[in-house]
Design a protein around this ligand. Sequence first.
Ligand code: MN
Ligand code: MN
Length: 401
Amino acid sequence: MSSVALATAAFAGLAANAQEEAGTQKAERDHSSSDPGQENKPLLDENPSSNLPPPTDQGDIGPIWYSFNLVHKRVQQGGWTHEVNQRVLPTSRDLAGVNMRLTAGSFRELHWHTADEWAIMLYGNARVTVMNPDGTMFIDDVGKGDLWLFPAGFPHSIQGLGPDGCEFLLVFDEGNFSEDGTFLLSEFVAHTPRNVLMKNFGLGKDAIAKLPKQELYIFPAALPLSLAQDKAAVGGRRVESPIQYTFKMSAMTPTRKTPGGEVRIVDSRNFPVSKNVASALVTLKPGALRELHWHPNASEWQFWIAGKGRMTVVMNEGRARTMDFNANDVGLVPRVAGHYIENTGDTDATFLEMFKADQFIDVSLNNWLRRVPPEAVSAHLNLDQELIAKIPPEKELVIPG
Ligand code: MN
Ligand code: MN
């Protein structure tokens, strides 16, 4: 084919695409999109963008939404746990989330696991402990908005405090992580021969007979002593961890504050133990927009804490999907995929952007369009220089509604 023929063929292809697009847009708005058969009305009311997608949506990008309200809740005396991982959200290959409740005094049993554990307190108070392999010990109390990070393999515990225990979100840096697959103190002793336990602990038969025969996992217990008393009881300063494993995220000065809301970024730069998990806690006022952006280094695992919003994820090959989000929902954005989040409710929307990365990194579309020479932007977007100059030049993170 000559170059002219090639160009003509390419143009015809473009024209056909444009025609198809216009047809789709019309179909989505006329009788073609009517649905006289069965519907799950409550579910569709929660997700109008999925029920009738905006005409800009196209093709399939895989699931970008799930909810903790759809997974099995493992309820035990002392609390409960449930998880959203790759099993239910196959696109989430990097991170998995667990939501857990412990009543006052109740323990999440002493345990350890293959993944790093990042956590944010959503309600109440808890005492956490983690031991470094060198025997130095970290013990702290956490409240709403506080974080902790337990490295893979480091033994740790969580106990609900007064007045009403706690609820928290755990994020693990393995997409297929399951909270049911952790290594438990009770199982280590239950499955080691008794004569070996006697030798190891230097204890007699009667003492060994008292040890649990099966997993404890979550179980009720008495409230602990004060933090100072507990620290003193294990050896005080002499055994104190030189490393800080908790962080007060809601008390920190926002990394960015605009009339539209605020963003708090916590990663290895300000919370050094968080080497493999980076986070941003975003609050959007009604109508505000988390600006068009993408993340060069990792996929985004999102957890919705409050309010409601709408997100579109735009992939390569012209694929795009829009979904609505409510509290307790999980969102997923593939690495480098463009996206925005808009607060569509009449209260503040608060959510976490989580990454399997040492740093939170994002590229702002506005910022880029103001750094590229204006004539290049004009050539691409058909905007004259006067209009280009109206685009916010800097990365705002949050744009007011
Ligand atoms: Mn754990
Ligand atoms: Mn993002």
